[in-house]
Design a protein around this ligand. Sequence first.
Ligand code: AMP
Ligand code: ZN
Length: 118
Amino acid sequence: MSDCLFCKIAAKEIPSTMVYEDELVYCFKDIAPIAPVHYLVIPKEHIACAGEITAENSSVVSHIFEVIAKIAKDEGIDNGFRVITNCGEDAGQTVHHLHFHLLAGVKMGWGVDAVKPE
Ligand code: AMP
Ligand code: ZN
């Protein structure tokens, strides 16, 4: 998609700090980290969000999880990590290209912080 930020990052049209790359996947550092380790793992192919995964494009998702396991080993993330994907407005998705946040380096809490009470 020509006007998609993460398509442009994957194509190196916009700079990013690369962590890992192969023919299907790109991983880079989040520009506004919320944990000591905060990477984004994206398919190079444009998929809008997890709600757009289908039988035709889902193989890249299992590959992404193989890559996440490899990155964790290679980067010495040995005390645990969290993977998050936001899809749509209620989840607070701001970039509409499928991405998995890889968070590590801190003991994390658990919960959903509502930003707009019902
Ligand atoms: P989400 O809110 O789940 O859509 O996550 C989008 C993420 O992309 C946020 O954590 C942003 O900090 C991050 N982000 C936005 N622009 C850039 C950029 N140019 N380089 C790296 N990360 C970015
Ligand atoms: Zn895209």
